[in-house]
Ligand binder design. Sequence first.
Ligand code: SAM
Length: 257
Amino acid sequence: MAHIPRKRFGQNFLNSPGVIRNIVEAINPQRGELMVEIGPGQAAITAPLLEALGHLHVVEIDRDLIADLKQRFTTGQLTIHEGDALKFDFSQLGTGTSRELRIVGNLPYNISTPLLFHLASFAAQVRDMHFMLQKEVVDRMVAEPGGSEFGRLSVMLQYRFHMERLFIVPPGAFTPAPKVDSAIVRLIPKPAATLDARDEAAFARLVSMAFSQRRKMLRNTLRDLFDEAALEGLGIRPTARPEELSVADYVSLANAL
Ligand code: SAM
C-alpha cells in the first residue's frame, strides 16, 4: 500500500529527478566514503547516493518507511538506525577523532533548529554536511550581522562552520508540497584551532541571553554580566542591539566573563 505522508514526521518527499540529481551532484559522493543520511524516507536521494558510495548509514524514525527500506536494500548496502535523529549519537559512526563523517539529509522541517544544534555537537568528527531546509532557516544560518535574520542560530553555527547556501528548491519538487521555498546548504566544520571561545557552554549561554530580547540594547540585556565600561572596553557599543555584534564580538564577551 502507498505510504501516506506523516505530517508529524515532517514528511515532504522529493519527487523531482532534476532536483535529486542536483543535490547528489552537490554532495559529490565517492565510493567508500563514510556517510549518514538523516530521514531517507522513500529513498529519493538514498538510492543514487548508494549507487555511488556502495554503503550508507541512515537514521529514520518512521517504522513503515524502515520496513520498505529493508525490503529494497540489503544490509550490506544500507545500515539502518531506527530512531530519533535528535537523540542519535553520530560519533558512534566514525573513528572518533578523524573528520571523515559526511552527514546529509532532506531534514524534517519541524525539528530543523534543534537538530542543527544537536549535529553541531559532532563537528569534530565531521568532514561536511549537506542539508535541505526551509529557505528561511538557511537564510538565518548564513545571515550577516546587522539584519533581522542574524540571530542565535547564525552566531552558534557560524562560530563552528563555514556555510554556503547552494540553491533554492521550489515547493513543487516535493509531495506533498510545503508552503514555502526550501534551500540546500553546505556546512564545513572550521579547524578546531580557530575555535577560540574558552568555554563553549558559557559562549552558548551568553549568545542565548543576548538574543533573548532582540529589541533591547545589550547594556540592558547583559546588565548582570557587564557594565557599560566593560562593554566599551571590549569595543562594543552599550547601546548596540544583539544583531549588530559579530561572532567575534560574542567570543570576546564570553571570554571576558
Ligand atoms: N529523504 C526523503 C526525501 O528527500 O524524499 C524524505 C525527506 S522528509 C522531508 C524527512 C524524513 O525524515 C522522513 O523520512 C521522516 O520520516 C524522517 N524523520 C522525521 N523526523 C525524524 C527524526 N526525529 N529522526 C529521524 N528521521 C526523522
